[in-house]
Design a protein around this ligand. Structure first.
Ligand code: TXA
Ligand code: MG
Length: 344
């Protein structure tokens, strides 16, 4: 987007503003909207030019496909070639909610949305405002996270404005997001279902419905040079503040001693609640040690706070990769560019 736009600040508390957001979207505009996971940068998913504008506003690589958001199950069928029984069963269990399901796409999906894939990712969000906006627009909405490509995803309207003010038509403020990390992405376009991105719906929950679920190697490991990836989003450095993030794996005592030894200008700690009193560097905490849900909710805001505070190096406590913690670990290890120091 070349010329600067005036970005409207709309409020989800006002019925008129939801109608206005719907109208902007119907007419090909870009509106950031709240969902239960993170804020999404929405556009009409059936309009290739509107979807293309999302890539320009975010600086998103053109080969990274978008998730299409629906507000009722009837909208799903026309977007895909077929809804197999196991997909319907997942929808029954987890929709509306933080699960994205990939299936072979129909001709309704513009190439700009699928970005060269022959599949489409669909999600039915649980956030009442997201659903009201989809209803008001009268079309499914393509929406990636509403941040500049590469930076931490936005969990508040202020985060969206910090990244995209002047680049989009409007942001609809619906308060902070409750999940805090993006949806679980699962592909059913292969024989064995495969998790491409961990999120609010855990592998354990998916296995209860599907039996076998593979975890894509890119969830936990860096890609080798030239390696092919099923989910293009996984190959980019992501969620990163400007500071250099380093994950420290080990006990609390080892973490404390290591960080205190490194104390100096620009050195910060991303720790758990209750730990800051024992650290000799400025800290931001991202939740209780045993509370993965809380860590997920606060992680992206914590990374943005650290940037604002002028952090140059961030030593982060390494989360336990179980349950929702797998999503927290997946985001933090990308923010760190896979830099982990083993303290034991
Ligand atoms: O929670 C969420 O999913 C948020 C909110 C706004 O709904 N959206 C979101 O979108 O996180 P985005 O674009 O930031 O992440 C979408 C991820 C990317 O990693 C992308 O590569 C992958 O899903 N993806 C989308 N369509 C795909 C497809 N057809 N095949 C494989 N991966 C796909
Ligand atoms: Mg994103």
């Amino acid at each position: 987007m070349d010329e600067q736009k005036k970005t409207l600040c709309l409020s989800a508390d006002r019925e008129d503003d939801i109608v206005a957001a719907g109208r902007l979207l119907k007419n090909g505009g870009l509106v950031a909207i709240p969902t239960e996971t993170v804020y999404g940068l929405a556009a009409n998913a059936l309009n290739g030019r509107a979807a293309a504008a999302i890539f320009a506003a975010k600086g998103r690589p053109m080969d990274n496909p978008l998730i299409v958001h629906i507000s009722n199950l009837e909208q799903w069928g026309p977007l895909v070639t077929e809804i197999p029984p196991r997909a319907m069963e997942l929808a029954r269990q987890f929709w509306p909610g933080p699960l994205t399901i990939i299936l072979p796409k129909s001709d309704l999906i513009p190439d700009e949305v699928s970005a060269g894939q022959d599949t489409v990712a669909v999600r039915f969000p649980s956030h009442p405002v997201a659903r009201a906006v989809i209803d008001a627009a009268g079309v499914p909405l393509a929406a990636p996270s509403a941040n500049l490509s590469g930076s931490p995803s936005p969990t508040e309207a202020a985060h969206v404005m910090a990244d995209l003010n002047g680049r989009i038509d409007a942001v609809l403020d619906g308060g902070p997001c409750i999940v805090g990390v993006e949806s679980t992405v699962l592909t059913l376009a292969r024989e064995v279902p495969r998790l491409l991105r961990p999120g609010g719906v855990t592998p354990e929950q998916l296995r209860q419905v599907l039996g076998q679920v593979e975890i894509d190697p890119a969830v936990l490991n860096p890609l080798g040079e030239g390696e092919k990836v099923l989910s293009p989003g996984m190959k980019y450095k992501h969620y990163s503040p400007k500071a250099n993030v380093i994950l420290l794996q080990g006990s609390w005592q080892q973490y404390r001693d290591f960080v205190n030894q490194k104390a100096g200008p620009g050195v910060f700690a991303l720790c758990y609640d209750g730990e800051s009193d024992f650290l000799q560097v400025p800290t931001v905490s991202y939740g209780g040690r045993q509370n993965a849900g809380e860590q997920a909710r606060h992680l992206f805001d914590a990374l943005r706070q650290l940037d604002k505070a002028g952090a140059k190096v961030i030593y982060a406590r390494c989360p336990e990769p179980q349950g929702v913690g797998l999503a927290v670990y997946n985001r933090l290890i990308r923010a760190a560019g896979f830099e982990v120091i083993q303290l034991d």
